[in-house]
Design a protein around this ligand. Structure first.
Ligand SMILES: C[S@@+](CC[C@H](N)C(=O)[O-])C[C@H]1O[C@@H](n2cnc3c(N)ncnc32)[C@H](O)[C@@H]1O
Length: 243
């Protein structure tokens, strides 16, 4: 069992690594207390207590809920993925929960905002999760070799939000950047090896290349988790609907 403990205020939550949600049963059963297990609000409040108040304040909108992260890990694990990239990892909430739930897998987060990566690394050092790592970077420009799984929580949509609805103004956010980033990830996914697994929450901002098959679609949090698996070689220009 991995215990999450906030050094600052002493709040605590526990996650049992083997206790993943059932396929149809949603995202309950996250800790050892059955009555608390279905209380997703409490679970997220406990995890978010690890973060500074400014990060906590935007959690509901921008960071993956604990139960959704566990559910996503289950899909990635079942697809055979072992090394997963979170494209736009923010303060690391998905990566950290995933690393606790699946110690046999490796989770890497890449995030464009340095200050968010620093927060993620600080919490990681508190939680001591050796199978998680974070780096600052442009996710669409880095080599994606070495990953057999990807997680997207609609990372590029923020480019289309109005001022005030964005995380901050520390990076370029624009419609043209949205188009550029989305077309880069569509290309990168197209050329990924056969068997590559992609899990999306609130979509992946673009369209899945048609060489990916939608293998699972399950209700989670405020949307759906979709598992896509690349099952044939890419034919130029063929894309699925947004997913
Ligand atoms: C909706 S948040 C999701 C955060 C995290 N994946 C989670 O689920 O908790 C999307 C994040 O993607 C980051 N992002 C967007 N475009 C990016 C890019 N091109 N390269 C790196 N990070 C990016 C944003 O800065 C933001 O932190």
């Amino acid at each position: 069992m991995t215990a999450f403990r906030a050094i600052d205020d002493g709040s605590q939550m526990a996650i049992q690594a083997g206790d993943v949600p059932s396929q149809s049963g949603g995202v309950c059963g996250l800790n050892n207390n059955p009555s608390a297990a279905c209380d997703r609000g409490a679970e997220d409040a406990a995890f978010d207590a690890l973060y500074p108040p400014t990060v906590r304040a935007i959690s509901r909108r921008f960071w993956t809920p604990v139960g959704v992260a566990r559910h996503a890990v289950q899909l990635l694990r079942q697809s055979g993925a072992r090394t997963v990239l979170d494209v736009g990892s923010g303060v690391g909430k998905f990566v950290l929960v995933a690393a606790a739930v699946a110690p046999e897998m490796r989770f890497v987060g890449v995030e464009q905002r340095r200050h968010l990566v620093e927060v993620a690394q600080h919490v990681q050092s508190q939680l001591r999760l050796p199978n998680a790592s974070f780096s600052v970077g442009e996710a669409t420009m880095m080599p994606w070799r070495g990953f057999d799984g990807f997680y997207f929580f609609n990372p590029f949509a923020e480019n289309l939000f109005v001022n005030g609805d964005q995380i901050d103004s520390a990076v370029e956010l624009s419609g043209s950047r949205f188009v550029r980033d989305v077309s880069r990830i569509e290309r990168a996914l197209s050329t990924a090896p056969l068997g590559t697994a992609v899990v999306t929450y609130h979509g992946m901002s673009g369209r899945m290349p048609a060489c990916y098959e939608l293998s699972r679609c399950e209700r989670a949090g405020s949307d759906w988790l979709r598992l896509w698996v690349k099952n044939r070689e890419h034919a130029e220009g063929v894309l699925h609907r947004a997913g």
